[in-house]
Design a binder for this molecule. Structure first.
Ligand code: PMV
Length: 313
């Protein structure tokens, strides 16, 4: 049996605007992972098991637009294999689904790596390929993904990212002072694809307004990168608030997200914002060691269904 894993992620700055070419910053959540295990099959065909989702199916009988099926097909085609051996692929994930934490991308990346190793194809599939396949699968989840999720979960490093043609801009950067971030779940599941599609509709209807908001998010990401490199926590917090306001104006926040953001700030967080597709899912609060406990308590009192902490360094 072979096993592989990939982390979840948070978008610190620039979600949505990144789809329209503005820069964004994302970081991996290395403690929150998806794993894929591949073993020889006991029955004929390729079987997909996702016990957490109650899924056990033969891929030959799945829809062509099923994400798991697509991962297997991409690997098989790239390896120019006519057929695959009988095998079982078991997927597990500690990353909440539809919460803006990149669960889909992490599962795809883990699956690609495990399959490639199981089939003995390692030498033909580098990280760039893993990222590219994950991107293809993300199209099912997102419609028009920017490419930031597959990049951060594949390379597992903080990235400054901008969608560019023919190749995206992907830069790593120094984190001068570690950032302690609380990630709080609204408990509301939200489909990134639906929100991204809705933002596109609104952008078509009010292009000038949305372009300005995207610019503001892109500038926040650019300034935040500098502040992270200089260790200026107050500036980072301020820019998170600016970014959240722009996302609210884009209509991608929600009552629950706004409530958690307000409560985190009243408890002293240096900054707070939604993260990912929005209209549900998770929000982030930047804290100092002294503030961590009171901010966590406020978030739970305000209805967060889960709060966990991560350090970006
Ligand atoms: O909801 P998530 O965590 O998958 O993040 C989506 C980020 C967006 O910018 C909204 C879409 C994208 O593809 O970049």
């Amino acid at each position: 049996m072979v096993q592989s894993s990939a982390p979840g992620k948070i978008i610190l700055f620039g979600e949505h605007a990144v789809v329209y070419g503005r820069p964004a910053i994302a970081v991996p959540l290395s403690d929150l992972r998806a794993t894929a295990a591949v073993r020889h099959g006991r029955r004929s065909g390729v079987w997909l098991l996702a016990p957490d989702l109650g899924v056990e199916k033969r891929l030959a009988e799945s829809d062509a637009d099923d994400a798991f099926t697509l991962v297997v097909r991409l690997v098989r085609e790239a390896a120019t294999l006519e057929a695959l051996p009988d095998m079982e692929i078991e997927v597990r994930s500690a990353i909440p689904i539809a919460g803006g934490l990149g669960s889909g991308a992490a599962i795809s990346a883990a699956m690609v790596r495990a399959l490639v190793e199981f089939l003995g194809l390692d030498h033909r599939f580098d990280d760039a390929k893993v990222s590219q396949f994950t991107y293809e699968v993300e199209k099912i989840h997102h419609g028009t993904p920017s490419g930031i999720d597959n990049t951060v979960v594949t390379y597992e490093q903080p990235v400054y990212f901008a969608r560019r043609s023919p190749t995206n801009l992907v830069e790593t950067f120094e984190v001068k002072r570690a950032l302690r971030i609380l990630v709080a779940d609204t408990g509301v599941q939200s489909s990134t694809k639906i929100v991204v599609d809705d933002v596109r509709l609104r952008w078509r209807q009010q292009t000038a307004v949305f372009e300005k908001l995207f610019d503001l998010c892109g500038q926040s990401a650019e300034r935040a990168r500098k502040a992270i490199e200089e260790g200026d926590l107050y500036e980072i917090g301020h820019l998170m608030n600016v970014n959240h306001k722009a996302l609210t104006e884009m209509t991608v926040s929600s009552v629950e997200l706004d409530r958690l953001v307000e409560r985190a700030l009243s408890a002293g967080a240096l900054g707070a914002k939604l993260s990912g597709g929005g209209r549900g899912g998770n929000m982030l609060a930047l804290v100092t060691p002294e503030l961590e406990h009171p901010v966590r308590k406020s978030l739970l009192d305000a209805g967060a269904t889960a709060v966990f902490a991560t350090t970006i360094s």
